[in-house]
Ligand binder design. Structure first.
Ligand code: FAD
Length: 457
């Protein structure tokens, strides 16, 4: 008899993890708290319930990073992606599904699996014994949240994300922006030039404030209290407090000299800070927002230097429980302080149905391999799965860590391909070709331990 794997949470990540581990021949107990304990967003007791949109986003596996993640998951026999394709609805290039049929089908597949037992109960602590995957998602129950916090420290588990928009570095106009830290602070030249600065004249600043105040904003969901703190107020709320507030806050122009026009003092400055070790992504400092995505795209492009910017992700503030994974998890998604416990899904700091399911797929395979005494080969960094896991467990800046969608900014550059917008199609095709070859190799390298399924008792 092999050891049982316990998985907490039957959402996107937990369902996928259970499927992968069970198919590897491991006995799984899946603990889901619904319907006994509810969340404000889930409506049913089904496993794999989509809490909001019914889309798994782009299915283009040549030019889109999330489409590539779909492709990789299908090659790995992913339950979530296979079921999504089974219940697909017409939606252009997107993979949209009939949500009820989708979740019912996921639930049926897991229920029928001979290696899976499903129990409906809340798990409210981190057990000292046994092997566990916690995939409890953005709405992790309160009691469990408190137990995790007790283990990790209060500052390493967030209950809201306050996401500033993230820009692809190559789309920032460096003829306008310049590199400089405020007051040239830092020991090394790299530190003294850590920020990108975008200057504004008075007219540009006034027009920007007008646009912020007029922009469409989203409301908090019912049950999702607007408990944001003064340290992370949405920029439009700051602008509502007074037209000068931003100029005295995240847009203050002090300690900075425009390298392109040293004689002109900017009226306000928007700063961007590096967001990943590769230096391909920058976040706009202090620009968390509740503006709708369309409005963000229009308003942020008013910032000089960002007129042509492409966003790896837009800003937001949401109820979201997530770990500071770069400091807490090892490369196998195990809690460093308690290696019998893994985390998977949105609680690890990825964002979205597909990304969460993908981290479940990896966690399920990793835990199964451990139980069966195999060594799972390292997930290749140049695949979509590899880029994501590398980001959350080490590539991201721990101090500013915020949930992340999969995007090509997380991929290591390819030698010999043109940068900038012009080279984008070839570059993306290069990334996806490289990823597909590496993912196929990784799957082929894994020992096939799938036993013949026995009848479910
Ligand atoms: C309001 C809202 C809207 C969203 N909209 C979208 C969207 O449109 N598109 C998108 O891609 N992503 C969206 N997300 C993010 C979305 O939640 C994730 O993409 C995805 O559901 C995360 O998968 P997961 O498996 O990590 O968590 P979930 O799918 O939430 O699954 C976690 C499961 O764990 C269970 N659970 C929690 N605590 C315990 C416990 N202590 N014991 C036992 N079970 C427990 C929960 O009941 C739940 O079933 C939204 C999130 C929220 C909160």
């Amino acid at each position: 008899m092999t050891e049982t794997l316990h998985i907490v949470g039957g959402g996107m990540a937990g369902s996928e993890a259970a499927w992968q581990a069970a198919n590897a021949g491991v006995k799984v107990v899946l603990h889901e708290m619904r319907p006994k304990v509810k969340t404000f967003a889930h409506q049913t007791e089904n496993l794999g319930e989509m809490v909001c949109s019914n889309s798994f986003r782009s299915d283009d596996d040549e030019q889109n990073a999330v489409g590539l993640l779909h492709w990789e998951m299908r090659q790995a026999g992913g339950l979530i992606i296979e079921t999504a394709h089974k219940h697909r609805l017409p939606a252009g290039g997107a993979l949209a599904v009939d949500r009820e049929a989708f979740a019912e089908s996921v639930t049926a597949a897991l229920t029928a699996h001979p290696n899976i037992t499903i129990t409906h109960e809340e798990v409210s602590d981190l057990p000292a014994e046994g092997r566990w995957i916690f995939a409890t998602g953005p709405l992790t129950s309160e009691a469990l949240g408190a137990a995790i916090q007790a283990e990790t420290g209060a500052d390493r588990l967030a209950f809201f994300d306050a996401i500033a928009p993230i820009v692809y570095a190559e789309t920032i106009d460096m003829g306008v922006a310049w590199r400089q830290s405020r007051y040239d602070k830092g020991e090394t030249e790299e530190e003294q030039k850590a920020y990108l600065n975008c200057p504004m004249t008075k007219d540009q600043y006034e027009a920007f404030i007008d646009a912020l105040l007029a922009a469409d904003k989203t409301e908090f969901h019912e049950g999702e209290t607007a408990k944001y703190f003064d340290g992370c107020l949405p920029i439009e709320v700051m602008a509502e407090r007074g037209r000068e507030t931003l100029r005295h806050g995240p847009m203050k122009p002090v300690g900075l000299t425009n390298a392109h026009k040293p004689d002109q003092k900017p009226y306000a400055v928007v700063q961007l800070r590096r967001d990943n070790a590769l230096g391909t992504l920058y976040n706009i400092v202090g620009f968390q927002t509740k503006m709708k995505y369309g409005a963000q795209n229009a308003v942020f492009k008013m910032i000089p230097g960002l007129e042509e910017a492409s966003f790896a992700r837009l800003g937001g503030i949401h109820r979201n429980t997530f770990l500071n994974s770069p400091t807490l998890l090892d490369a196998q998604m195990r809690l460093r302080s308690r290696p019998n416990i893994r985390f998977a899904g949105q609680v690890t700091g990825v964002e979205g149905y597909v990304e969460s399911a993908a981290m479940g797929l990896l966690a399920g395979r990793m835990a199964a391999a451990e139980i069966l005494g195999h060594t799972l080969p390292t997930v290749p960094q140049d695949t979509a799965h590899g880029a994501l896991i590398h980001h959350i467990t080490g590539g991201a800046e721990a101090k500013t860590f915020q949930p992340m969608n999969v995007n090509f900014g997380l991929f290591r550059p390819l030698e010999g391909l043109k940068g900038g917008r012009r080279g984008r199609r070839d570059r993306y095709k290069g990334y996806t070709d490289r990823a597909k070859a590496e993912w196929s190799g990784w799957l082929a390298d894994q020992v096939n331990v799938t036993p013949e399924p026995s009848e479910k008792a």
